[in-house]
Design a protein around this ligand. Structure first.
Ligand code: SF4
Length: 374
């Protein structure tokens, strides 16, 4: 698979999605069955993936099943939960002990791993030894927002490959530069993102938003650039992405043909209980049979607008969903289904960044009209 491409598959069945996306990526051409393969999920806390915090065990199981069918036997899962939580507990609570037993795949708690000091251009980082020994590292982050770095996806997920004392130092160093540098030392040969259930605001979950997609790429910088757009951010909002590009880890150029969608989302939101925060944002939406990926993008877009005090300028409700197909409406409609609306943002689904820019334009037009009328 071309390093400059990203694959996306929509759905609600992570195991099957893992199989389809790995096959489409041609993983057989990247892996030799005798390789030491390391899977690095995000188990930052001991909470199930439905919380929006951790990687779906079913997605990881799908990847392992595929690799085992290829004849790969040397596979392990490695993680170190955040400072203050036990990785062992996270493996248990998040459903990884079952996978380990079923497929004979060891779980390695990196809090107990040996470490090594690595240096690049005078900067030092202390890194766990086991991930450095991987012949092929499959980085499996969750696409979610983060209260400090705004985004957590592929690049930041490697923070689980350093000891706790180094995690503390990362915070003291402002996170962005060390996160980028860490990716210089540890290579993500493949990134498989759990974009099925991410979190609106926090890496520890609690405000889950259903996005129903899995994203695959070979360049963690490109994957994070795309992930940022999906959550309503640009590259400039997340400095570690630019630092990683400057270190030669990957590129940030998303062109029209970069993202290849293997199918479309055909699931509607509503079968997940929305938390208070999501419910508050949903008051700005009139939804009729919206696909969950589309609806999730809109929720993320509204949240980002709220964070920068822009949401108060949105005076009308925003329509979204297949129920508006073919209708001509004097209002705001998100997605190609609402192409008959006076104000429409195309895309199927559009990303949160485009939604924010579009709603800002519509709000500005509304303000101008009011001024002219006065
Ligand atoms: S534009 Fe319509 S069909 Fe496309 S993702 Fe949105 S709701 Fe679904």
């Amino acid at each position: 698979m071309d390093k400059n491409k990203i694959l996306v598959i929509y759905g609600k069945h992570p195991m099957e999605m893992a199989e389809s996306i790995l096959e489409a990526a041609g993983i057989e051409t990247m892996i030799d069955k005798d390789m030491n393969i390391v899977i690095k999920p995000n188990l930052v806390v001991a909470k199930p993936s439905s919380s929006g915090a951790t990687t779906s065990p079913k997605l990881v199981e799908g990847v392992i099943k595929y690799l085992k069918n290829m004849g790969c036997e040397n596979i392990s899962i490695m993680e170190s939960s955040w400072v203050g939580d036990s990785t062992k507990r996270a493996f248990k609570v998040c459903g990884y002990e079952e996978i380990s037993q079923k497929y004979k795949v060891p779980l390695i708690d990196l809090k107990r791993d040996k470490t090594k000091i690595l240096t690049y251009m005078g900067d030092e980082l202390e890194v766990c030894l086991s991930p450095l020994k991987a012949d092929f590292l499959i980085n499996m982050p969750v696409l979610k927002a983060h209260c400090q770095t705004r985004l957590t996806c592929a690049l930041k997920n490697l923070k689980g490959c350093i000891p706790d004392r180094e995690k503390r130092r990362f915070h003291a160093l402002g996170l962005h530069r060390p996160i980028a540098l860490l990716n210089k030392f540890i290579t993500s040969h493949l990134v498989v993102v759990d974009g099925i259930m991410g979190d609106l605001t926090f890496e520890e979950g609690g405000t889950p938003v259903e996005m129903n997609r899995v994203i695959l790429g070979r360049d963690p910088v490109l994957v994070d650039t795309y992930g940022a757009q999906l959550l309503g951010y640009s590259v400039e909002d997340i400095p570690y992405i630019t630092y990683a590009r400057q270190l030669g880890i990957g590129n940030t150029s998303i062109k029209d043909d970069t993202v290849i969608k293997l199918n479309s989302d055909r699931f509607t939101p509503g079968d997940i209980k929305a938390g208070r925060k999501v419910a508050r944002l949903a008051k700005h939406i009139l939804e009729d049979q919206a696909c969950s990926a589309c609806y999730g993008s809109l929720i993320h877009g509204l949240q980002r607008m709220d964070e920068i005090n822009m949401l108060k300028d949105l005076k009308e409700k925003v329509h979204i969903g297949q129920g508006y197909k073919g209708k001509t409406v004097d209002g705001i409609g998100i997605g190609s289904c609402c192409s008959g609306f006076e104000h429409n943002l195309k895309g199927c689904p559009p990303n949160a960044k485009d939604i924010i820019d579009f709603l800002q334009q519509v709000s500005n037009k509304g303000k101008e009209k009011k001024t002219n009328d006065n």
